[in-house]
Design a protein around this ligand. Structure first.
Ligand code: SUG
Length: 414
């Protein structure tokens, strides 16, 4: 059993339309010119860095954009749709694979299978139509009997996938404690993860209720721009790394966790060292906390975390002390960051035997070279929001994706 990171390849339609209220980066950058080619190459470089650490790497593919099926269901087409519908049909938001599904490894499930429930992403219109294409990919990638792939939880219960789910365990293949973090409505921004959805997923995945926690996200964190829990907390093996203000009742949560798992190591960053605002701007917690084969945990942070002196100071002092995070790696994912997506948003973690996964969804350096060549040749260099009605641009976006599917022998997804 290995932990495999499946990164969403940044699609050729990547742009800044400001579609996610409550995601302050996306709102701040609305109307800026986006660079899909650079964005996708940044994602490839992040995957190469993961491979260099000795981690196992997979991919998820960009979705067909614009989404003609969604527009047809709205009784229109791209040429006639209002600009706000065009933008919502064109978004490359499927790149944030942490929102693709919630995953429970086989060791946690009553039936010994690894369960994946596709997220319905119903709160944001531009993300609400991702799930059919995600489901199609997961059914291909995880067709083996070792997996159970579930359809999304029905509306009105919002589910945003692994971004609001953490797992603590002695080792990836050992039984774990699964933590589902939900939000309560009432704040200035939507609470996208509903408790009812998380509870349904835990039942579908046949989790042991005694080892499953439902924890409320702090309303202050949502109000400050933490639209998903993975903006303020991340877990790996025995380590929970979180901001002091991540949870509504931190003491209650930590006590329940310690009772289930006395060996848990809670690394909490106090607000006096890193404010909620600094944490959210730097995406300190939207990091990949990984266990390279050599031992010790590495935190993969975005460049924005190094640029913030308070965040960088905290990281340096932790790494030079006796804490569980032994090394920090910096990656440049700034095109995704400008839409509120850091290193952790771009990946979906699956604990499984790599041999049970469709090899078309697994990558090594040579395959990343082939993907990068398609991106270099086909992905638009820049997209301005005003140009999304341009039919030549749309044709280019669609051809670019088709070329990638061809190279990966995945034309079946076309
Ligand atoms: O859902 N941004 C995404 C960012 C998702 C980050 N994922 C995690 N935290 N796991 C979102 O808000 C912006 C797209 C736009 O405005 O065009 C966007 O959808």
């Amino acid at each position: 059993m290995r932990e495999i990171n499946f990164d969403g390849i940044v699609g050729p339609s990547h742009n800044y339309a400001g579609l996610s209220p409550g995601n302050l980066a996306a709102t701040r950058n609305a109307g800026h010119v986006a660079h899909p080619r650079a964005a996708a190459l940044q994602g490839i470089a992040k995957m190469r860095a993961n491979l260099a650490l000795g981690l196992v790497q997979g991919i998820l593919l960009p979705h067909p954009r614009p989404d003609h099926h969604w527009l047809a269901a709205l009784a229109t087409d791209y040429a006639r749709a209002a600009p706000h519908l065009q933008a919502r049909a064109l978004s490359a938001s499927a790149m944030w694979a942490a929102n693709a599904a919630t995953v429970s490894p086989a060791a946690d499930s009553g039936d010994g299978r690894c369960h994946l429930t596709v997220a319905n992403l119903m709160t944001m219109p531009h993300r609400s139509h991702e799930w059919p294409a995600t489901l199609a990919q997961l059914r291909l990638a995880f067709a083996d009997a070792a997996f159970a792939v579930h359809e999304p939880i029905p509306a009105p219960f919002g589910d945003e996938g692994a971004a609001n789910h953490m797992r603590l365990c002695a080792a990836h293949g050992a039984p774990g404690v699964e933590v589902f973090v939900y939000g309560e409505p009432g704040g200035p921004f939507p609470a996208r993860q509903h408790r009812e959805a998380s509870e349904a997923i835990a039942r579908a995945h046949r989790l042991d209720p005694a080892r499953t926690l439902f924890v409320e996200q702090s309303p202050a964190a949502i109000a400050a721009g933490a639209f998903h829990n993975d903006v303020v907390a991340v877990a790996n093996e025995r380590t929970l790394f979180a901001h002091e203000e991540a949870f509504a009742d931190r003491a209650g949560f930590y006590a329940r966790l310690r009772a289930l798992m006395p060996e848990v190591e809670i690394v909490e960053v106090p607000a006096s060292r890193v404010s909620l605002d600094d944490a959210i701007r730097s995406y300190l917690f939207n990091a990949q906390l990984v266990s390279p084969p050599g031992g010790g945990q590495t935190l993969i942070v975005p460049g924005e975390a190094r640029d913030n002196p308070r965040v960088w100071d905290w990281l340096q002092s932790h790494v030079s002390g006796n804490g569980p995070i032994r090394a920090v790696e910096v990656v440049d994912v700034r095109e995704s960051m400008a839409n509120g997506g850091g290193p952790a948003c771009l990946r979906l973690r699956v604990v499984a035997d790599p041999a049970t996964i469709d090899p078309r969804f697994m990558v090594d350096d040579a395959k990343l070279d082939r993907i990068a060549a398609v991106i270099e040749a086909r992905w638009p260099e820049a997209i301005a929001v005003e140009s999304i009605g341009d039919t030549a641009l749309i044709a280019r976006i669609e051809e670019a994706r088709r070329a990638l599917l061809e190279v990966l022998d995945l034309a079946v997804l076309a």
